[in-house]
Design a binder for this molecule. Structure first.
Ligand SMILES: Nc1ncnc2c1ncn2[C@@H]1O[C@H](COP(=O)(O)OP(=O)(O)O)[C@@H](O)[C@H]1O
Ligand SMILES: Cc1ncsc1CCOP(=O)(O)O
Ligand SMILES: [Mg+2]
Length: 259
């Protein structure tokens, strides 16, 4: 598994993060063994991408003025063959739909990580998900994330009670129903940063998405048990698990099925 490679190589993960959860994202990437760097300044993007091994773009608190910075970040990463991960927070909202369409005209994304409502948008479906939360009625279908992967040519990680990881051809389901993760705002953003950390050490982005999702699920379960299912205590416990979890624990705990 790639976790020990991350802990040996300490890849640098450049994030255009949202302003709500960026501390969780930075802490989680660091606890895992990678090295986070957050930036919003267009003038420094070329030198920042140059020292990075993966780029994660989160549109959670996007602004029209940041579009040129995000295009530059993605294009330089594409040219350097550095993986680019998109977290398309609430992409089904009209303004955000237009923003992401303009961004995707200029940038090739290698992995897209979102909840079921966000992923359904890339398959051309207008889902009922409200804001940042998913539409649980569409969560369990694998056909939708597969279609999203085919249309975007990106690996899709659709998260929910069951996570789906697919490149449009092969797909895996990771059973991960953890209400404490679901209710903790930022857990999805954190997973997108962790996917970036895995994609930084391999060119197999499907494997990177699968292993990152297994890790998050296993760490979430161990952390929830430690805090006796108290949601407000989860994040610190989750960070402890990201720091200490072993590949053996992940393999023992994860419930993974290839479709
Ligand atoms: N019942 C659940 N519903 C949603 N997410 C869940 C659930 N159980 C565990 N999770 C995990 O919570 C994290 C956040 O997922 P999700 O809420 O879908 O993304 P976002 O936070 O971007 O909306 C993911 O790692 C996901 O696997
Ligand atoms: C609440 C909120 N609003 C804009 S970004 C954000 C955080 C999103 O967190 P997540 O996508 O992990 O639920
Ligand atoms: Mg999200």
């Amino acid at each position: 598994m790639l976790l020990e490679v991350i802990r040996k190589k300490h890849p640098l993960i450049l994030n255009h993060a949202n302003t709500v959860t960026q501390q969780h994202v930075a802490d989680g990437i660091s606890m895992l063994g990678a090295s986070p760097l957050m930036s919003q300044e267009q003038l420094e993007i070329p030198e920042m991408v140059k020292i990075s091994q993966a780029v994660v773009i989160n549109i959670g608190t996007l602004q029209e003025t940041t579009l040129p910075e995000l295009i530059l970040m993605g294009q330089i990463a594409n040219q350097a063959e550095i993986p680019v991960i998109l977290d398309p927070v609430a992409v089904a909202m009209p303004y955000r739909s237009d923003f992401v369409k303009r961004l995707m005209k200029e940038v090739k994304f290698d992995v897209i990580r979102g909840n079921a409502a966000e992923i359904a948008w890339f398959a051309g479906m207008s889902s009922q998900g409200q804001g940042i939360d998913a539409d649980t009625r569409i969560e369990v279908q694998t056909s939708i994330p597969k279609r999203s992967a085919q249309l975007t040519e990106a690996v899709i990680v659709q998260t929910g009670a069951t996570d789906v990881i697919t490149d449009g051809k092969r797909s895996w389901r990771v059973k991960n129903d953890n209400p404490l993760l679901a209710v903790n705002v930022g857990s999805g953003d954190l997973l997108s940063g962790i996917i970036g950390s895995f994609a930084a050490v391999t060119k197999d982005y499907l494997q990177a998405g699968l292993e990152a999702t297994m890790l998050m699920g296993a760490a979430g379960q161990l952390a929830s048990a430690k805090v006796h299912n108290q949601p407000g205590q989860l994040m610190p416990a989750l960070m402890d698990q990201l720091y200490a979890i072993t590949e053996k624990q992940i393999e023992q705990i994860s419930e993974v099925n290839e479709e």
